[in-house]
Design a protein around this ligand. Structure first.
Ligand SMILES: Cc1ncc(COP(=O)(O)O)c(C=O)c1O
Length: 385
């Protein structure tokens, strides 16, 4: 069959492939320790599960849901955002519930980009930004993130011919995969840059609520003027261990929020109402729930960072997000190292080069495995290295 040009621009999704490889190894009896995915292993809050089950009992909730989500969900999101970031959003205007932020990223790209436009993509990147850009015929222009620039893109040295064609800047802090965070001053510069060059900022904040020590990630919507040029995506996947529920939200610039809502109402029929009730329940949880959950991740982070550093892998202490970003031993490329570790130790990590050219030389290790298994993984790594 002859498939469309869109399919030529659409690569297989790395983690779909990774899951298959892991399943194959497990099927032949290998005890695989999977440190590759940011898929929370801890359960969703009990109150959320109870609310979901209760809502399932009401046949009214089995019908088509509201295309853009229930008013009560919009209000719960606005209240949560105000409590967390001290910014008041207008529920019906500035907020759109999503079936996961992944779809929101793709639709936001489609709502802004035309074929031939340039999309500014910090590299390494969550691969969906490139997919969302190239499937509509836009060209990614990569801005290297390095240890030297603190993993913040250099917006001052983008060539003029690129800048005139640039329509989107994708951002993601806390960052996947580098675990970097951006200070408030960076977001101030970004908003000024977007205003100057008529660029739309799409800030993916999937890891907003996984943070450690005294650190708290900044929202771009805290910057005055940001909602003229930016939208931000938040997700219940990592925030409340609800990855399978598919619940997230697009916030900020109301024209773009409305445009994504228009695409979605033509493509899907909204979020299953029991999941909307479960999301409301989650958003009403006290901040102490987040603190307790983050304390568990923090122990895992410490174990991973210390373990990697003891093997000479130069990991920085992650301030937020679910990952440790570590250098691979010099004799390997990132992909060679990840494959070698999988074969020799049954430990599956993600090669940095899966996230772009600038990820070469690094691997990403996820905190979504319990301490005992992480300790075993580190012992096995040490043994083979
Ligand atoms: C940076 C980033 N954005 C978005 C997502 C997808 O989140 P969701 O489950 O809300 O689709 C992920 C998932 O790993 C991610 O790492």
């Amino acid at each position: 069959m002859q498939l469309s040009k869109l399919m030529q621009a659409l690569p297989p999704y790395h983690f779909a492939d990774a899951k298959r490889k892991i399943a194959e190894r497990k099927a032949v009896g290998v005890d695989v320790i999977n440190l590759s995915m940011g898929d929370p292993d801890l359960p969703a809050p009990a109150a959320v599960v109870e609310r979901l089950c209760a809502a399932m009992q009401d046949a009214e909730n089995h019908r088509y849901p509201e295309y853009r989500g229930m008013r009560a969900l919009h209000e719960a999101i606005a209240a949560w955002f105000e409590q967390r970031f001290a910014v008041r959003l207008t529920p019906e205007r500035d907020i759109l519930p999503l079936l996961g932020s992944k779809e929101g990223l793709v639709y936001a790209g489609a709502a802004v980009l035309n074929a031939g436009d340039v999309a500014l993509v910090p590299d390494p990147y969550y691969t969906v930004y490139v997919t969302a850009s190239s499937t509509v015929g836009a060209h990614p222009y990569f801005l290297q993130l390095t240890e030297q620039n603190g993993y913040l893109p250099d917006l001052e040295h983008i060539p003029a011919d690129i800048l005139t064609k640039a329509r989107i800047l994708w951002l993601n802090y806390p960052n996947n995969p580098t675990a970097a965070c951006a200070p408030r001053e960076f977001f101030e510069r970004v908003v000024a840059f977007a205003q100057r060059h008529n660029v739309v900022i799409i800030h993916d904040m999937a890891y907003a609520e996984v943070y450690f020590d005294d650190f708290r990630p900044t929202s771009i919507l805290q910057i005055p003027g940001a909602s003229d040029v930016a939208v931000e995506l938040h997700s219940l996947s990592k925030t409340y261990n609800m990855a399978g529920f598919r619940a997230a939200m697009l916030l900020g610039n109301h024209e773009l929020v409305d445009a994504v809502g228009r695409i979605k109402s033509n493509v899907d029929s909204g979020m299953f109402r029991p999941i909307q009730y479960a999301a409301i329940e989650a958003l009403h949880l006290p901040p102490s729930w987040i603190q307790q959950r983050n304390a568990i991740y923090q122990c895992r982070r410490d174990l991973l960072v210390q373990g990697c550093n003891a093997m000479g892998m130069h990991a920085h202490t992650t301030k937020a997000g679910l990952y440790v970003w570590a250098r691979v031993p010099q004799r390997f490329t990132a992909r060679e190292f990840a494959t070698w570790l999988f074969d020799k130790a049954g430990v599956f990590v993600t090669a940095g080069s899966n996230f772009g050219v600038a990820g070469e030389g690094y691997v990403r290790l996820s905190m979504t495995t319990d301490e005992e298994r992480i300790a075993t993984a580190l012992e096995r790594m040490k043994a083979v290295l």
